[in-house]
Write a new protein. Structure first.
Ligand SMILES: Nc1ncnc2c1ncn2[C@@H]1O[C@H](COP(=O)(O)OP(=O)(O)OP(=O)(O)O)[C@@H](O)[C@H]1O
Length: 718
């Protein structure tokens, strides 16, 4: 499709949507993009636009829409999602990912477990709180103040003692199972949500921060239940505090207000003091962490330490960490003993008050000995339960902070919709897979995570992209691009380049000229801020990113392998399919990798270590090429693929690459110009544009920038 035809057509709602969501937060481009919208509108006479479309355009322009792509309408009807999105999200805070509503809706999916847990909690607490009453009766029977046979009383006590642990097990098991299930769903959904973020999200946050969200922050939410289902914590503590106070009032309305209040006051004060010492415990944990960091750093960099004779320095550093740990440990010991004593002080004060008040009432004949004995039991129950409750509330503060962290990182971040929809579609195909079920959005996560079938239907059919990529070239048309984190620096500025179908294009240029950026755009890690990329003339944004990923293979200078076996790494070329061992071997042979793989201790089953660290650079490279061969994608990008290798490895890898390039539309980036001379065309990237294009000889004859680059390298070589 020519640009002229494209410009004259009505802006596609889908592409409007893509640009709308893709750039909704970047007001810096507003004026530029508004102009583009204006252009697309002027090209499309309003008489041609249906009322729905014209109102949509109005809405979009009121939103400072960034519609910049013109082309034939891909969807002929209006897209309710686009309209809905406009009216619902303008100026509104993004909905929180983890909210009370979400937790509640996840919990209500387990009504039966909740009911059983509540009944078991009530049963267990009733048993616990009945025990002091029976202790009182026991004393009364012993001193003859009660006419109940001892065996009868003891059998009731025996029954209580048997039931309480049973109720506890039922409560703990049910609550634990229920919360683990909720947490797994939550964890999986958050993982998925992070996975579908735009590339700039991963530029913005460190890997450690993101893994912290899924491990320690979610762990803190998990602990709300798992750490609070034991006796003396959370739910049990709350029910015991409430129950004890009620019983105290029922047993002795005169004593209860004074004693109850006193016990509460003392226990709460002690508990609050103990909470205030939490930082001392944390500091000790941190001192331990720094000590272990020092050990890790020293031993992981042992060769560097040796080569600089840095042993003494490391010892000094470790010594200071050890002493800091020792000091914090001693401080912690003091606080621990104070805390322990204070708990006893709380019990002693309550008991003393009980003996004074209760004793005088017993003497005056206003209270039975049994009741005072029961009160002793309740003193212990209340003291420990109140402390547990205060601890639970203290922990909740940390949990709220953790949830807030997750929400602040994820809720406002823009998901990559073209990726999200493709993924959702793939997931739905595998609904029956147990591992995938966790990731399937259910009602609890709201519409935002559900497949929008209307949007999906607006994308091209899945078979198209492969056919187009095998039969036509890839073109970058007037591409402008700035990285989202550096919006003011335009890296590409009106770049045009066509990769002809089945041929090799080499991209050269000085460092920082934008070569890798072009790769990132071709891979669709980022989208152009203006202009478009096409395959066989079709805008690539009309394909979801899972489909696009299937037609593009990238082999980098530092290919990343996963810490699984060699065979599994090669099979990753087709992650969705079951790959036969024969196919893996065939790919490895074609990539010159088979020989070294079979010489490894476990052949294809040998683990490659973290990021492939147990293999050499050249071996990693050949496995990556085998992976790409297996993938069999029509578009191939080689980003400095051989520049880190020695001569022998380079030859082996280059042979493998030649094999891989056959018949594919290939873009090669290489610093060493000697490696790209045979390319069908060489493009020189400079100042964000292609300034020279032609074969090696043509460019040499032109005596331009390419020719001087070649001269510089020749001189350097000589
Ligand atoms: N993720 C990013 N965010 C912001 N700026 C970036 C990012 N990646 C690259 N850049 C900037 O974009 C410019 C072009 O970088 P690019 O990596 O595309 O150059 P290059 O031609 O591949 O360089 P080299 O040959 O040294 O690899 C550089 O100025 C770089 O600092």
């Amino acid at each position: 499709m020519s640009m002229a035809t494209a410009s004259a057509s009505v802006t596609s709602p889908l592409l409007q949507k893509i640009s709308l969501t893709g750039f909704s937060t970047r007001t810096r481009h507003a004026s530029k993009l508004k102009l583009s919208l204006h252009q697309s509108c002027t090209f499309a006479p309003f008489s041609l636009i249906s009322p729905t479309k014209s109102s949509r355009l109005k809405n979009i322009s009121s939103l400072e829409s960034r519609a910049y792509v013109t082309g034939p309408p891909i969807v002929s009807e209006s897209d309710p999602r686009i309209n809905g999105l406009e009216t619902n999200t303008v100026g509104a805070e993004p909905p929180k990912l983890i909210s009370w509503r979400l937790l509640l809706s996840l919990l209500v999916q387990h009504k039966l477990r909740i009911s059983v847990s509540v009944l078991a909690l009530v049963g267990g607490t009733t048993c616990t709180l009945s025990m002091p009453i029976f202790s009182g009766r026991f004393f009364e029977v012993l001193i003859g103040a009660r006419k109940e046979p001892l065996w009868k009383l003891l059998s009731k006590v025996g029954l209580l003692y048997s039931l309480e642990p049973i109720f506890t097990v039922i409560f703990v098991v049910n609550m634990n199972t229920l919360w683990e299930t909720v947490m797994s769903t939550l964890r999986a959904q958050i993982f998925r949500r992070v996975l579908i973020q735009k590339a700039e999200f991963f530029d913005r946050y460190k890997v450690g921060e993101l893994s912290g969200l899924l491990t320690s922050d979610l762990g803190s939410l998990k602990d709300v239940v798992s750490e609070n289902i034991s006796r003396d914590r959370g739910f049990r503590a709350l029910s015991e505090v409430v129950g004890t106070i009620c019983i105290l009032f029922a047993l002795s309305p005169q004593l209860a207000p004074i004693l109850g209040l006193l016990m509460l006051f003392v226990s709460v004060s002690v508990a609050i003091y103990k909470r205030s010492t939490v930082p001392v415990f944390k500091a000790h944990g941190m001192a331990q962490a720094s000590m272990s960091d020092c050990v890790t750093e020293t031993f992981s960099a042992i060769r560097t330490v040796r080569s600089f004779g840095g042993e003494k320095r490391q010892m000094l550093m470790f010594g200071s960490q050890v002493l800091a740990y020792q000091r914090s440990g001693m401080k912690l010991g003091t606080f621990k003993s104070i805390n322990e004593s204070l708990t006893r002080v709380a019990v002693y004060i309550s008991l003393l008050a009980l003996y004074c008040l209760g004793g005088s009432k017993v003497k005056a004949g206003e209270l039975s000995v049994g009741t005072v004995a029961s009160f002793i039991g309740y003193t212990f129950t209340l003291t420990f339960a109140v402390q547990g409750l205060v601890n639970t509330f203290g922990d909740l503060r940390g949990t709220f902070a953790a949830v807030e962290r997750i929400n602040s990182v994820i809720s406002g971040a823009e998901i990559d919709e073209a990726l999200a929809y493709g993924l959702e579609k793939d997931i739905q195909k595998k609904e029956d897979d147990e591992n995938i079920k966790l990731f399937i959005s259910n009602g609890a996560f709201g519409k935002s995570q559900q497949l929008d079938s209307h949007y999906m239907s607006a994308l091209k059919s899945t078979s198209d992209v492969g056919r187009l990529a095998w039969s036509g070239g890839v073109a970058l048309e007037d591409v402008h691009f700035s990285y989202p984190l550096r919006p003011d620096v335009e890296i590409l500025n009106g770049l045009n380049l066509t990769l002809k179908c089945g041929t090799v294009t080499a991209l050269v240029g000085s460092s920082g000229s934008g070569k890798s950026t072009i790769v990132q755009l071709l891979a669709r890690f980022y989208e152009p801020t203006r202009g478009r990329i096409t395959v066989s003339g079709e805008d690539v944004r009309t394909f979801d990113k899972s489909e696009w990923a299937r037609v593009v293979s990238i082999v980098n200078q530092e290919p990343v392998l996963f810490s699984v076996s060699v065979g599994e790494n090669i099979a990753y070329g087709l992650p969705d399919d079951t790959v036969s061992k024969d196919d893996i071997i065939k790919a490895a042979k074609a990539a010159n990798a088979h020989e070294f793989i079979i010489s490894l201790p476990q052949g294809y089953d040998t683990l490659v270590g973290e990021r492939g660290g147990l293999l050499s650079g050249g071996q990693r490279q050949r496995i990556a090429i085998a992976r790409a061969l297996l993938k069999n994608a029509p578009i191939l990008i080689l980003d400095e693929a051989t520049s880190a290798l020695d001569a022998v490895s380079e030859r082996l890898v280059q042979d493998a690459l030649n094999h891989l390039m056959e018949g594919r539309t290939t873009l090669v980036i290489a610093h060493r110009l000697s490696t790209v001379q045979n390319a069908h065309q060489i493009a020189l990237c400079s100042n964000g544009q292609i300034t020279e294009l032609g074969s090696h000889l043509e460019l040499l004859a032109r005596k331009g920038q390419y020719a001087s680059l070649v001269d510089t390298q020749r001189l350097a070589f000589e």
